[in-house]
Design a protein around this ligand. Structure first.
Ligand code: MG
Length: 383
């Protein structure tokens, strides 16, 4: 039985080593919500909210999630007891429309509590729920933000290849696409796995956009991620029929229901699965199993998580059908100092070790550092 007695929500500000630019803007400092939940037996789980400061990627933001967590989501787990972690999602699905990133913060934390109470690693618990075994390592790709010119981008991709990353995924947008990607392809060679992510910035109604997408289709890309609008499964299906390169959906995939629609009409042949975006692990595992049955490969996307959120993503990415490299970069790529005491690392082959040697998320949280970085906090208890 899962019985949460106390939940403390905080916002921290964590400076990035370098600014990260996508078609939606530039991020220099990450505003992060962290949740610390305490179970009746004293077990403590830290979890992270995937939301960003602005509603450019998702309608959920740091501030809407703060409100949703304090007003609706956390009170649910402080008022009820749950037999399984997956029951939390069932309850949320019935009572709270949307607010998936806020729900995921609590839902994923309860999986961590459940893993601690069963004395198993989080990855093992998720795999059991999926009817599978976790793998020992997960392959890592790198997402590279927009650069000033094709030469600068090529240099960044060459550096990523040297560091061992299994794939580079380049952020593109109209006017900053074909010339950039062609230069990278020439510099990196045909063998290196190269993908692009457009973050919804193209339209089939614009002939110049369509021409760029057709040229990108000739560059041997591993996939083209989310070229069209976030809600537009129909036009993605139309485009996929027209392209030999796999389309991968990210923003469009907000639930198992949208995954079912994506597969039914052929909107994509790959999926970027972020557990925060779909409401947590229960929904993510359902999507994993659905995509496995349809032979549509997955990768675990990132939201510039700290080492806490990274632990949850690594556990999810250890499920067997995450066959494509995930956004699981080591801590040193993003943070001057991560909020976990043993930063995440990657080996020379681009593999991250799944922590299978201790119960729970497998990393220790640096509470002292989090205290120093906290800009607001609220504590809620079972009454
Ligand atoms: Mg994306």
């Amino acid at each position: 039985m899962i019985r949460i007695e106390k939940a403390e929500l905080r916002e921290i500000r964590l400076p990035l080593i370098e600014p990260f630019e996508t078609s939606a803007g530039v991020t220099t400092e990450k505003r992060v919500l962290l949740l610390e939940m305490t179970h009746a037996d004293g077990s403590v789980a830290w979890s992270e909210c995937a939301a960003e400061a602005l509603p450019t990627y998702s309608p959920d933001t740091v501030d809407t999630c703060w409100f949703a967590l304090v007003e609706w989501v956390i009170p649910v787990v402080l008022r009820h007891e749950f037999e399984w972690a997956s029951d939390v999602d069932v309850y949320f699905e019935r009572r709270i429309r949307g607010h998936r990133m806020a729900r995921a913060t609590v839902e994923m934390g309860t999986w961590s509590i459940a893993a601690l109470r069963l004395e198993v690693p989080l990855a093992t618990l998720l795999a059991r729920h999926a009817g599978a075994s976790p793998r020992a390592t997960v392959a890592t790709g790198i997402a590279i933000g927009m650069q000033a010119d094709p030469a600068a981008l090529s240099a960044r991709v060459a550096e990523a290849a040297r560091e061992g990353y299994c794939r580079a995924r380049i952020k593109i947008g109209p006017g900053r696409d074909v010339a950039f990607v062609s230069a990278v392809r020439d510099a990196a060679g045909q063998e290196f796995a190269l993908a692009v992510d457009a973050n919804c910035s193209y339209s089939l109604d614009d002939p110049s956009h369509l021409a760029a997408l057709r040229e990108l289709d000739t560059l041997g890309l591993a996939m083209i991620e989310q070229p069209l609008a976030h809600g537009d499964l129909v036009r993605h299906a139309e485009l996929q029929r027209d392209m030999k390169t796999r389309i991968c959906l990210d923003e469009s995939l907000d639930s198992d229901t949208s995954a079912e629609a994506m597969l039914a009409i052929g909107s994509a042949r790959m999926a970027n699965l972020k557990p925060g975006r779909v409401g947590g692990f229960s929904e993510a595992i359902a999507i994993h199993n659905r995509c496995a049955a349809a032979a549509v490969p997955l990768f675990c996307g990132g939201m510039l998580e700290t080492g806490i959120g990274r632990a949850y993503n690594v556990a999810l990415a250890s499920l067997p059908y995450f066959t494509e490299p995930g956004d699981l970069s080591p801590s040193s790529r993003y943070w001057v100092r991560d909020v976990v005491t043993s930063p995440w690392t990657m080996d020379a082959e681009g593999a991250v070790k799944v922590p299978l040697d201790k119960p729970g998320i497998g990393v220790d949280v640096d509470v002292g550092l989090i205290d120093d970085l906290t800009v607001r906090r609220v504590s809620l208890s079972r009454s």
